[in-house]
Design a protein around this ligand. Sequence first.
Ligand code: ADP
Ligand code: MG
Length: 278
Amino acid sequence: MELVDRSEIPLLRGLHPSTQGVQLDAPTRLLQTANFMIIETKQISKKFGELIALDGVTFEVEKGEVVVLIGPSGSGKSTLLRCLNGLEKIDSGEIIIDGLKLDRDKGNIHKVREEIGMVFQEFNLFPHLTVSGNLCLAQEIVRKRNKSDSEKISLELLHKVGLFNKKDSFPNQLSGGQQQRVAIARALAMNPKIMLFDEPTSALDPEMIGEVLEVMKILAKEGMTMLVVTHEIGFAREVANRIIFMDQGKIIEEGKTENILNFPQNPRTIAFLSKVLK
Ligand code: ADP
Ligand code: MG
């Protein structure tokens, strides 16, 4: 895909968006042409000391796509997600989120983070706030919404994840599955364009995994762009457009869900899937 850095073209700078058909809300937003990719990474690498966590990772995610990321422990999945929302700084390569190049020096990092919701294995709710309070906090601080708007949005989202009746409960009064659904609602309250999930069900008791996956399926059906690290292959089979398999910091194989699950080509993919499909 051809990309043009708007800031480098004086004639384009300052033109009204309608004349260009693109958003101009940040000086460094890139101008997109055909096939809009909402996530693009080019040859990204990340080291922790001598350890190479990411080794030249290049991939794209189209708007509305659901991509499942699989791979053995230590293969770099979490590091990749953390780099995408700027929690880790890459050593080399390029990350472009929704046309914005993730670049600490240009201050895009805050803008990019606002566009990405992240859900972790641990729910990370604030224990001293009610469920509703957990949903309102960032809306008021980051999105600058007033109390009544943020409460209204919180209640709508709690309804969506099936927890309207828990709005006044505290996190420790909820099950793990309920807490994770609150965490998802809290991320959604920021109106993200992309949701990243890092093993969202792996800390849950088996009987609670389904209720969290159901919420994620609803999001997928609504057209949310999602990048999900999970070993729930049933979920991947049902929802994912694509699967990416990583090992040792590299993408080893990627393709349509049914192709990767039914006809994996690389011996490492085959070995990994034979374990998780057991
Ligand atoms: P995965 O999520 O696939 O299990 P990670 O991305 O967590 O893998 O880790 C990739 C590699 O980077 C592992 O070897 C891990 O030990 C290492 N690593 C991750 N985060 C750090 C860190 N903050 N400091 C040092 N090493 C790290
Ligand atoms: Mg991980």
